[in-house]
Write a protein that binds this ligand. Structure first.
Ligand code: FES
Length: 87
């Protein structure tokens, strides 16, 4: 089974920009999707230092950077990584 690594930045900038609630991501997953996801929190991912990366909060879904991250954006990225249909 393919594992999708989701790393949520818990650094100060991302936290202040609303990233803390992203750690509840597992709560919104259906059981089928949840079995693929490995969710972790991470110190500053180093993405907030460069404007070209977009806006905090940041997360990584495997090698993919998710900027201005929301729960729905993470879900979409995870489903794309798994190869599930995205609405
Ligand atoms: S605090 Fe999140 S990328 Fe730096």
């Amino acid at each position: 089974m393919k594992t999708v690594n989701v790393s949520i930045c818990t650094g100060t900038t991302c936290y202040l920009m609303g990233g803390a609630h992203l750690l509840t991501f597992n709560d919104m997953l259906d059981p089928v999707t949840a079995q693929y996801v490995n969710l972790t929190g991470s110190h500053c991912l180093g993405l907030c230092a460069h404007e070209k990366n977009g806006k905090a909060p940041f997360a990584r879904v495997n090698d993919r950077v998710v900027s201005d991250a929301t729960l729905n954006k993470l879900l979409r990225a995870v489903r794309e990584e798994i190869g599930m249909e995205v609405e």
